[in-house]
Unconditional design. Structure first.
Length: 480
């Protein structure tokens, strides 16, 4: 049980933009909170490790200036060398046919099968046409879930497909509830009459990884999304504060090498009925021009990586192509500005120790979590729980219909290469988490609460820049 004082301290830290680990609540002291309040950049997570570092530093250096640096920062040269390598999706817009969808799912199946086969229990997985005829035989299969229904006993009956055939599978309630339609999973169980009785469900997941990819330089990546230029709800003061801080002499601002903008750069035009009443700029070109003004004000030694989102002037079908030059003529050719597809894999700091970032706007989020009550509950409390779930499934939008799909020869939403950082926007709220060494960043927004967001009951958290020290992988947050 928390005392009223502790509760107050926690609330103050939350107001400062920090996530408070429940293990530190009891030991939090007024002096800790006061020191944190004085910091120009706040810790993203206040946990035992951070608290002991903070107290150590306060003890060692008792000057106001030194207190402002709980995250270790090298104060030497201010020009951080940066480098970027973009691996993105590019293709021609063309009319798609039913065959394209078949090819898309075939590609998803084959590549997911390859990932799943690395799992010990699935090394001997058989294709559905080679399922043993006898009953009660041990079997392992890798297949796509094409139907899922709850039985009267509470268990789930699945229709499973692979390129060779189909079978039914009976799965217990706990696993069955978690299974998403159209995803490729492994099932280990026993055969029945045209059915597999599942003992175990295996998702592709992220294998155990050794050392985290970290840079030797003390360089930071900053993350935000959903700038929504053109909206009357845009918090323009915060946009200005963001630019001012990035241009400032703050030692952390000076160490920022990379800025990720994870989509919904502008509010767009004609995105929903009545949108024109919510726009301060009703011309899409003017909206992008306001965004470019912002980008141009960011110091040019910062590499800016911009993905589109559902509000941008590109097709809704994912993968989305980069924002075309036509809309961003003034910044398109700048060497430090990179307009990428959504999603895109970006390697940063390649001249040192490269760090691989998967940037995705996050449109699939709500429709993915909605049919899975246990996930919905976890994700509503902590958004990065949904990001972790997508990493476990190794797919950014497993179920057909959670996004508008643009079927390519390859499924570009499949997470084949394991990222070091997974960055997402769309939720208008900041969060940070780690899963198997992957830093998960959910970015905040420059847009205040809109009537639509209020109607949906979504809790937003605007005006926070999430910062990640790439050498230590320590997250921090800058309140704007
Ligand atoms: Fe947005
Ligand atoms: Fe969005």
């Amino acid at each position: 049980m928390q005392s009223a004082t502790q509760q107050k301290l926690v609330e103050t830290l939350i107001d400062e933009g920090c996530l408070v680990d429940r293990n530190v609540i009891k030991e939090l002291q007024h002096s800790d909170v006061k020191t944190i309040q004085q910091l120009s950049v706040k810790p993203m997570v206040v946990d035992t490790e951070f608290l002991s570092q903070l107290r150590q530093q306060s003890h060692n250096h008792d000057t106001a200036e030194q207190k402002q640096q709980p995250v270790r920062v090298r104060e030497t040269d201010h020009s951080v060398a940066t480098s970027v390598e973009i691996q993105e999706y590019r293709s021609k817009e063309e009319k798609k046919s039913a065959d394209d969808f078949a090819q898309y799912f075939q590609d998803r199946y084959e590549r997911m099968k390859h990932i799943l086969r690395q799992r010990q229990d699935l090394k001997e997985a058989v294709s559905l046409t080679h399922m043993p005829d006898n009953q009660k035989e041990d079997v392992a299969i890798i297949a796509m879930v094409s139907e899922k229904t709850k039985t009267r006993s509470g268990k789930y009956m699945l229709q499973m497909e692979d390129p060779t055939g189909m079978t039914k599978a009976l799965v217990d309630e706990e696993n069955g509830e978690k299974i998403a339609l159209d995803e490729v999973i492994g099932i280990v169980g026993q055969t029945g009459n045209d059915i597999v009785f599942a003992n175990e469900i295996l998702w592709p997941d992220i294998p155990f990884q050794g050392e985290k990819a970290t840079t030797t330089d003390d360089v930071y990546a900053a993350f935000f999304a959903d700038t929504h230029f053109g909206s009357i709800y845009q918090l323009t003061k915060k946009v200005r504060k963001c630019v001012e801080w990035l241009q400032s002499n703050d030692p952390i601002a000076q160490r920022i090498g990379y800025l990720f903008v994870s989509g919904d750069v502008v509010d767009g035009v004609g995105k929903y009925p009545g949108q024109e009443q919510t726009l301060s700029l009703t011309d899409i070109y003017q909206q992008y021009s306001a965004f470019e003004e912002f980008i141009n004000a960011v110091p040019e030694n910062i590499q800016i990586i911009v993905a589109p989102g559902d509000h941008d002037a590109v097709r809704m079908g994912e993968p989305q192509p980069p924002i075309p030059k036509e809309f961003v003529p003034d910044t398109h050719n700048l060497t430090n500005v990179h307009y990428t597809s959504n999603p895109a894999q970006v390697k940063i700091h390649v001249h040192d120790n490269p760090v691989r970032v998967l940037q995705y706007h996050g449109y699939s989020y709500h429709r993915h979590i909605d049919p899975i009550p246990s996930l919905r509950k976890k994700a509503q409390e902590k958004h990065t729980e949904a990001m972790k779930d997508l990493l476990v499934r190794r797919h950014l939008a497993p179920t057909y219909g959670t996004i508008q799909m643009y079927p390519e020869q390859q499924d570009h939403l499949l997470i084949e290469q394991i990222p070091d950082i997974f960055a997402m926007g769309h939720l208008h709220a900041a969060d940070y988490g780690v899963y198997k060494g992957i830093s998960m960043v959910c970015s905040s927004t420059f847009q205040g609460e809109t009537p639509f967001i209020e109607r949906m009951g979504n809790v937003i958290d605007p005006g926070k820049l999430v910062l990640l020290n790439l050498r230590t992988r320590t997250p921090a947050t800058k309140l704007l």
